[in-house]
Design a protein around this ligand. Structure first.
Ligand SMILES: [Mn+2]
Length: 291
C-alpha cells in the first residue's frame, strides 16, 4: 500500500474514488530531483500537477474518461533530500519495481534526467527484451555524470535504445551510435524526410525498431523552444506537439508501453502554456499506454 495525494494536489484533481492506490491501474510518481543547483527541476512535479488540474480528463482520441476507466493514483513526492546519488537511485528503482510487481503502470514526473536510469532499470529487470524510446534534443552519451543514455547502455543493449529529436551531439557520440547499432532519428533528418519510405513516415520506421515492450523517456527539450521554453537546455529546431504525440500514439497502438517518464522540465514564471504542455504530455502518455 502506498499513500496517495488527494484532489487538491493530485494529477487531474481527481476525487478519491478515482485515485485510490488499490483501484488505480496508473500511478503518477512525482520525483522533484535536482542534481544541479539552480536548474529548477525540483519545481517541475508540482508545476505539472497544478497545470494538470486545468485540463480535461476526457481523451478525445480514445473517446474515454481516462480516470474513470483506469483510475489514476498520484503518490506523495519521492523524498529527494539530502540526495546521496547512488543510494537515491537504488531506492527509486526499488519503489518502481514494487509498483510494477503490483501491476501498476508507472509514469514518473521529474526531475533531473538521471532518474530515468533508475526507473528504466526497474522495467528492464521485469521485461528481458525491453527497448527504450528516448525523446531528447541531446544524445546524452558523453562521459559526464548526467549523460543518461550512457547509463542506460550499462543494462540495455545499445541497439534496443532508439533516440529521436536529437540536434545537439558530438563526433564521439555519433561514432558511438554508428558502432553500436543504436538507432538515432536526428531532428534535421526527420525534417528532410530521410526516414520516410513509401506510405511510411519517420515514426512508423521508429516503431519498427522497437521491441514488444517499450519504456518511454521524454526530456522536454525535445520540443521546439517556441512551445517549450521551460528547460535549461533549449535547442532550436525541435519537434512539434503533433510530431511527438503521433510518435507516441503509434507506439501505443503497435507495441506495449510498460513505463514512462518526463524529465528536464524547469517551470518558468510567465510561461504557463509550457506547464500545460508538460501536463498534457503526461496525460497523453497515460492515454496511449493504458490503451
Ligand atoms: Mn536534453
Amino acid at each position: 500500500m502506498h499513500s496517495t495525494l488527494g484532489p487538491q494536489h493530485n494529477f487531474l484533481g481527481l476525487e478519491r474514488d478515482l485515485s485510490t492506490f488499490d483501484r488505480s491501474r496508473a500511478v503518477v510518481l512525482p520525483v522533484p530531483f535536482q542534481r544541479v543547483s539552480g536548474s529548477g527541476t525540483k519545481l517541475a512535479p508540482a508545476a505539472i500537477l497544478a497545470a494538470s488540474r486545468t485540463i480535461s480528463r476526457y481523451d478525445e482520441e480514445t473517446g474515454a474518461d481516462l480516470a474513470a476507466r483506469h483510475g489514476i493514483a498520484t503518490l506523495h513526492p519521492f523524498p529527494t533530500s539530502p540526495v546521496k546519488e547512488p543510494a537515491f537511485l537504488t531506492k527509486l528503482s526499488d519503489l518502481v519495481a514494487d509498483l510494477l510487481a503490483r501491476e501498476k503502470f508507472v509514469l514518473t514526473i521529474g526531475g533531473d534526467r538521471l532518474l530515468t536510469s533508475a526507473c528504466a532499470a526497474a522495467s528492464a529487470r521485469r521485461y528481458a527484451s525491453l527497448s527504450v524510446l528516448h525523446l531528447d534534443a541531446h544524445a546524452d552519451l558523453n562521459a559526464n555524470a548526467g549523460a543518461v543514455t550512457a547509463r542506460l547502455c550499462e543494462f540495455i543493449e545499445p541497439k534496443r535504445i532508439v533516440q529521436a529529436g536529437v540536434r545537439s551531439t558530438s563526433e564521439d557520440e555519433v561514432m558511438f551510435v554508428q558502432e553500436h547499432g543504436m538507432r538515432t532519428y536526428y531532428a534535421h533528418l526527420i525534417r528532410a524526410g530521410a526516414y520516410t519510405r513509401l506510405l511510411k513516415y519517420w515514426d512508423d520506421a521508429l516503431v519498427d525498431d522497437l521491441t514488444d515492450e517499450v519504456y518511454v523517456t521524454v526530456d522536454v527539450d525535445v520540443f521546439d523552444p517556441s512551445i517549450m521554453p521551460s528547460t535549461k537546455t533549449p535547442e532550436p529546431g525541435g519537434l512539434g506537439w503533433g510530431e511527438v504525440t503521433s510518435c507516441l500514439r503509434k507506439i501505443g497502438q503497435k507495441r506495449r508501453i510498460v513505463g514512462a517518464d518526463i524529465t528536464g522540465f524547469a517551470p518558468e514564471k510567465g510561461a504557463r502554456h509550457a506547464d500545460v504542455t508538460a501536463a498534457k504530455l503526461a496525460f497523453k502518455l497515460l492515454a496511449y499506454s493504458l490503451g
